[in-house]
Design a protein. Structure first.
Lengths: 113, 112
């Protein structure tokens, strides 16, 4: 069935490192994917909408130069956290719309030391 | 903001009991979806109810939608320990935007 695969599931790295997270739609094509951030025991906050072949749409307050999004194909979107700092540590989740239902990846836990 | 709110924020019940969670939202919607999230994991889609539907069933799940009150409820019957998770409602906008707006979530604990 339709699945969204997110990789890696866990990243620990030093401050100043750039980290790339991949989101793939399996068995379906997704012209639009979504990137969320979730702090412990809180809800998901939409960061940006990734559009295949065009620029991503960022939510208010999200720095586009900090969180680079590339959606180069109908099955892959990437989020790169550039020059990551401890305050960027969080749980990042991607999703893709499969017709009406939105399906989610398993998330990436990012820890910046 | 279109973000919804779930009530209660936390719920603890004994295995076998029913669990009811409520969701309220602010704007007109096209559909409302319920998701489950186990700790540290992604979200699993449970059920979708469209704005012209009032009730929907899926296994032990029953969802209601009252668009006049802008509210929805999720009932889990005969709960199991494995139902322990956070449950979120998410609304799809009538404006045609593709993204979902999530509520604050209910943390359900089912005690075996």
């Amino acid at each position: 069935g339709a699945v969204v695969s997110q990789h890696p599931s866990w990243v620990i790295c030093k401050s100043g490192t750039s980290v790339k997270i991949e989101c793939r739609s399996l068995d379906f094509q997704a012209t639009t994917m979504f990137w969320y951030r979730q702090f412990p025991k809180q809800s998901l906050m939409l960061m940006a909408t990734s559009n295949e072949g065009s620029k991503a749409t960022y939510e208010q307050g999200v720095e586009k130069d900090k969180f680079l999004i590339n959606h180069a194909s109908l099955t892959l979107s990437t989020l790169t956290v550039t020059s990551a700092h401890p305050e960027d540590s969080s749980f990042y989740i991607c999703s893709a719309r499969d017709r009406v239902v939105v399906r989610f990846g398993d998330g990436t836990r990012l820890s910046i030391l | 903001s279109q973000q919804g709110e779930e009530d209660p924020q936390a719920l603890s019940i004994q295995e076998g009991e029913n669990a009811t969670m409520n969701c309220s939202y602010k704007t007109s919607i096209n559909n409302l979806q319920w998701y489950r999230q186990n700790s540290g994991r992604g979200l699993v889609h449970l059920i979708l109810i469209r704005s012209n539907e009032r009730e929907k069933h899926s296994g032990r799940l029953r969802v209601t939608l009252d668009t006049s009150k802008k509210s929805s409820s999720l009932l889990i019957t005969a709960s199991r320990a494995a139902d322990t998770a956070s449950y979120f409602c998410a609304t799809g906008s009538q404006t045609g935007a593709n993204n979902l707006f999530f509520g604050t979530g209910t943390r359900l604990t089912v005690i075996p």
